[in-house]
Write a protein that binds this ligand. Structure first.
Ligand code: PGA
Length: 256
């Protein structure tokens, strides 16, 4: 057993109009908005963040962005910044998601600047790492994950590190229905924990949450969440409907 509070985060990706997002947020608040034994976070698309934030007011559900630029302001058409997210009461931001890395060219260096900017602005990064299918088949999973973790967290202090949430998301499991086996996931989570011990020392490493992401669903969540180094989930598909998302929160409550 450990003292880490489980965290279930919904990554709504490019889904839901503002009105639809408000409806989903209302259902989530009604079902799990009062409990505070598991941390619950929803990350709507930017056009819905502020409206969803209003729905979450007074509840225990927290608000997150799906991405941000590392600069505070300036000539960066199409981007939003950490202070802008803070101003509408976001407390988390997903950074370095594999879709950002592969479709939008985000490098470890860019992700590292974003992690630093989030921490400077009191936003908790949900910092994503994970290998592709080709990398897994080549036997380089741990090496790839190590590089992403070390580069992404470069310059992060011990004090800041406790605010970081890491999401291990094998790219081949995202949105494919192919979930990693519990043994595959736990192996990488324990490896990441070991890296965190080297970077920040044992007490800090024991406080950092490591989420699993990639086709997590009510059916496979209990087994994944029972693993000693799996501290929650970053949920895509199953977060778009309140029923499955709430079931995942309940699975985390049962596993705590
Ligand atoms: P999925 O997405 O649950 O649909 O696989 C997870 C993610 O991309 O964060």
């Amino acid at each position: 057993m450990n003292n880490r509070r489980k965290l279930i985060a919904g990554n709504w990706k490019m889904n839901k109009t503002s009105a639809d997002a408000v409806g989903l947020a209302q259902e989530i608040v009604a079902a799990v908005g009062k409990q505070n034994e598991v941390d619950v976070v929803v990350c709507p698309p930017f056009t819905a963040v502020e409206a969803v934030g209003r729905v979450l007011e007074g509840s225990e559900v927290r608000l997150g962005g799906q991405n941000m630029h590392h600069e505070a302001s300036g000539a960066f058409t199409g981007e939003v910044s950490a202070p802008m997210l803070r101003a509408i009461f976001a407390s988390y931001v997903i950074l370095g998601h594999s879709e950002r890395r592969t479709l939008f060219g985000e490098t470890d260096e860019i992700v590292n600047r974003k992690v630093a900017a989030a921490l400077r602005n009191q936003l908790r990064p949900i910092f994503c790492v994970g290998e592709t299918l080709a990398e897994r088949e080549a036997g380089s999973t741990l090496k790839v994950v190590q590089t992403q973790v070390e580069r992404g967290l470069e310059g992060v202090s011990r004090e800041q590190a406790t605010s970081v949430v890491i999401a291990y998301e094998p790219v081949w499991a995202i949105g494919t229905g192919k979930v990693a086996t519990t043994a595959q996931a736990q192996e990488v989570h324990a490896f990441i924990r070991g890296l965190l011990v080297k970077l920040f020392g044992e007490p800090v490493a024991q406080r950092i949450r490591i989420l699993y992401g990639g086709s997590m669903k009510p059916a496979n969540a209990p087994e994944l969440l029972a693993q000693s180094d799996i501290d929650g989930g970053l949920i895509g598909g199953a977060s778009l409907e309140s029923r499955s998302f709430v079931e995942l929160v309940n699975a985390a409550l049962a596993a705590k």
